[in-house]
Design a protein around this ligand. Structure first.
Ligand code: SF4
Ligand code: FE
Length: 486
């Protein structure tokens, strides 16, 4: 059976030896280092839930390539139902982790690359699509987790990739050999990068002819020679090494765990090259990937919001505020905001369409609407959570003081709300709210899957302004206007 358990996933990470640095330290094993354990646990749950009877319908699928049952994160969408199940799966996993579980980026990269390789072959007679299918069978057969590595450091934003003073500010081909290519450059903010099995690398923007060396898509195993990972800092990340309760969500963390990946003359064999120089397809690949990843956000963030609403509600019971009408109203507002982004994700899945390659793509306009709403609604949900939680969110004594003989009884006495609810219950809930709303997690809702302006550009491009103008002109009796079909 081509599916790993969570334990097997962790074991598989121990067998590979990628080059990883964090806070000036070389990391030998991400499965045992406290800075990485929550992220590994969250990704492991994507394996566990695919095998759990209550979730396997959502979290697994039948491969159209082999007919075998596979983890849905390695599946190529074959129907609207697959697109909808993806969103439901993300919400279900988010409800369990309360944090990013990372595996969606590679999943979306694989789906975008699947359809684009078909289209490239059709135009240029290349053989990328069959090659990619072979690659997908390998990914599905081994149940691997590739990261999706798209965003380049970009240097001077006013210049194209080939105009940069330093050519490595975007990943590019430095040499073409008979059996493969050599690439250099870097990818930034890559979710789950250090606990993936490899990286599916894609261009970050539309390219012109002069940028053709930058129009490159390929896969590399995480321990390929010349690859180096520098893990990013997160707010409150030293809590992961200090204590458990103050982390708020010690098991799964509060964000995905992002890294800068450096490619220093990395060799990629031909069988893992899926675009090389077809610059006219780079923009479309980015758009398809972005559509898939923006489709996700009402799923995963909807699941996270469920946890947050639950934490805030439990806290109101612990603090004696649950019956206040303004608190009830704010909780209802939080639910409304969460369900709104979920509705958006479901809608862009239902309005998806079949690509010439046979696979399914979510609706690009509605996916961008989804993500733009996430950049707002998640912040508003967090603001309401802060409002209800109160100032302790920023001033509460640490777990050390709760357990210290000199201070513990005072912390316990004065952190209590309702008499029969232990102070520790209240402290734990506030720390969970802290972890989910006070730092890196919020920035992820803003910039993950692209910053708001990227969505605005897509919305403006796909928003049919001219058609809408004609609808208005028709009713206003301005000129002769035909009957428009929606
Ligand atoms: Fe998946 Fe959400 Fe994390 Fe993106 S932010 S990788 S969609 S869980
Ligand atoms: Fe993300």
């Amino acid at each position: 059976m081509p599916q790993m358990t969570g334990k097997q996933y962790k074991e598989s990470l121990k067998k590979i030896h990628p080059l990883i640095y964090y806070m000036g330290e070389k990391i030998d094993n991400v499965t045992t280092h406290p800075a990485f354990i929550p992220h590994v646990n969250a990704a492991a749950l994507t394996y566990e839930m695919a095998l759990a009877p209550e979730f396997e319908e959502l979290c697994s699928a039948k491969s159209h390539l082999t007919g075998e049952k596979i983890n849905r994160f390695t599946h190529i969408h074959q129907s609207h139902d697959d697109l909808i199940k993806k969103v439901k799966m993300l919400r279900a996993i988010g409800q369990q982790t309360g944090s990013c579980f990372q595996r969606c980026v590679g999943f979306d990269g694989m789906n975008a690359t699947y359809s684009i390789t078909y289209d490239i072959d059709k135009k240029y007679g290349t053989g990328y699509h069959e090659r990619f299918k072979t690659f997908m069978k390998m990914i599905q057969g081994k149940d691997l987790m590739p990261s999706g590595a798209m965003t380049d450091p970009k240097g001077d934003r006013s210049l194209s990739p080939s105009q940069q003073k330093d050519p490595d500010l975007y990943v590019h081909v430095v040499e073409r050999k008979k059996d493969g290519i050599i690439v250099s450059g870097a990818k930034a903010h890559i979710t789950g990068a250090v606990n993936s099995h490899g990286h599916l690398v894609m261009p970050t923007s539309a390219m012109r002819a002069e940028d053709k060396d930058y129009a490159v898509t390929f896969y590399v195993p995480i321990d390929a020679p010349g690859l180096l990972h520098i893990f990013g800092r997160q707010s409150n990340d030293t809590r992961k090494c200090e204590c458990s309760m103050d982390q708020g969500n010690a098991e799964y963390g509060c964000v995905g765990g992002e890294a800068l990946i450096v490619f220093d003359k990395v060799f990629v064999p031909n069988e893992h090259v899926f675009m090389c120089g077809e610059y006219d397809f780079a923009g479309e690949l980015v758009e398809r990937f972005a559509t898939f990843h923006r489709q996700n956000y009402g799923g995963c963030k909807g699941g996270l919001a469920d946890v947050l609403v639950g934490a805030v509600y439990a806290l109101t019971l612990a603090q004696g505020t649950s019956k206040a009408s303004h608190v009830k109203d704010k909780l209802a507002e939080m639910i409304h905001l969460a369900e709104t982004i979920y509705c958006c994700s479901i809608a862009c899945s239902c309005q998806g369409f079949q690509q010439p390659a046979g696979c399914y793509q979510a609706d690009p306009l509605l996916a961008n609407i989804t993500k733009l709403n996430v950049t707002r609604n998640v912040y508003e949900v967090a603001r309401l959570a802060h409002d209800i939680t109160g100032g302790l969110l920023a001033t509460m004594p640490s777990e050390f003081d709760l357990h210290d003989p000199a201070t513990g009884k005072w912390v316990d006495k004065y952190m209590k709300g309702v008499a029969d609810v232990p102070a520790e219950t209240r402290i734990r809930l506030i720390r969970l709210i802290d972890a989910m709303t006070c730092g890196t997690a919020l920035a992820e809702s803003m910039h993950g899957a692209g910053s708001p302006q990227a969505q605005k550009i897509m919305i403006e491009r796909r928003g049919s302004l001219e058609r809408k103008k004609k609808l208005a002109e028709k009713l206003a009796k301005i000129g002769e206007q035909p009957f428009f079909v929606c």
